[in-house]
Design a protein around this ligand. Structure first.
Ligand SMILES: [Ca+2]
Ligand SMILES: [Ca+2]
Ligand SMILES: [Ca+2]
Ligand SMILES: [Ca+2]
Length: 336
């Protein structure tokens, strides 16, 4: 009996392992991760405001939390690079005068991701789980304006090993700890501290996306939550969209589903049932700006949760690729 039990466990292990290798294989080949936001997202910058800012600027909690996954085969040092980490000069959003301080903290080791508080997208509870590897606060240092700052080197094994991802996970927490301006910035997971050299098979994800839209209304930004086979229904929220055009959902079964949109300084939600064809695919939420009136410097916060209220990850490189609507499958939103 004992032997039989072990065999079964091993079989389950092989099955699970195979499943996640399958997921990894579904990543578009030759993808060298990663700029964050990624090219396929077409998002100009992430944004985090100082904690003295009013939320009508578009940041609900003055915090962004991202995870980076390094494939387990990768053994060389990695760097987490930040573009324009300070809050002054170009790119950043001034409120009165620049007085904002932003803290970047990187975590690895056990519980970095696996702690439930790390996966809510909110800076609550034990969201700083794991070991603090390094932390640095940026203010108005002109020398970093439109420049890259490199955190690291990190040995990949300093991350938390997560079997499901077949890799090591690091977490970066960005907090606006003083001031009231908007710090705009980007990340790049690199094998070099001097330049952006991607790591094949790596990925990045977040559970709550706070970002800046383009001012150009012809630019469509995207985010791609992954909907696994436990998901029955999803609830998308957007905060401070400023009535800027439309937000639509495209999936293998939805061609053009419109979502409720928020105005200034409040959140709205759209809820809909997931169809069998949509399980284990990425969804494409598209952010299509209004041409008239033009909304400038629009910052928004997006979450997507399942029927249990668990936040779904937005992968910067969509798992399975960018979803394409397939004719012949169509669905209707739930009537509420
Ligand atoms: Ca200010
Ligand atoms: Ca700047
Ligand atoms: Ca900045
Ligand atoms: Ca806004």
């Amino acid at each position: 009996m004992k032997i039989l039990y072990r065999k079964q466990n091993k079989l389950n292990g092989i099955y699970l392992c195979g499943y996640f290798i399958f997921l990894m294989l579904m990543l578009p080949s030759g993808i060298f991760a990663q700029p964050v936001p990624a090219e396929v997202e077409n998002i100009p910058h992430l944004v985090t405001f100082g904690n003295k800012a009013d939320t009508h600027w578009g940041d609900d909690d003055f915090c962004n939390i991202f995870f980076f996954v390094i494939p387990q085969e990768y053994r060389d040092p990695v760097y987490i690079r930040v573009f324009d980490p300070e809050c002054i000069g170009a790119i950043d959003e001034i409120n009165g005068f620049f007085n904002t301080k932003t803290e970047f903290s990187i975590y690895g080791g056990e519980e970095t991701w696996s702690n439930e508080d790390a996966k809510t997208g909110n800076p609550t509870g034990n969201f700083r789980s794991g070991n603090l590897l390094v932390s640095k606060t940026f203010g108005g240092e002109v020398r970093y304006d439109e420049k890259w700052y490199s955190f690291g080197p990190f040995n990949p094994t300093e991350g938390e090993y997560v079997k499901d991802f077949q890799g090591y996970v690091f977490k970066i927490i960005v907090m606006g700890i003083d001031g009231d301006d908007g710090n705009l910035y980007n990340f790049y997971l690199s094998s070099s501290d001097r330049e952006n050299l991607g790591i094949e098979g790596a990925n990045a994800f977040t559970y709550e996306y706070c970002f800046r839209l383009y001012n150009d209304p012809n630019q469509i930004s995207h985010i791609y939550p992954y909907v696994d086979d436990r998901v029955i229904s999803i609830r998308q929220t957007n905060f401070d969209w400023d009535d800027d055009g439309i937000i639509r959902t495209v999936t293998v079964a939805r061609q053009n589903q419109l979502n409720a949109v928020s105005g200034d300084n409040f959140e709205v939600a759209s809820e809909f049932k997931v169809q069998p064809e949509e399980l284990n695919t990425s969804f494409d939420f598209q952010f299509i700006k209004s041409k008239n009136p033009l909304v400038r410097n629009n910052n928004v916060v997006i979450t997507v949760k399942n029927q249990y209220g668990e936040a779904l990850p937005f992968n910067t490189v969509p798992i399975g690729g960018v979803p394409k609507f397939r004719y012949g499958i169509s669905v209707k939103p739930i009537k509420r």
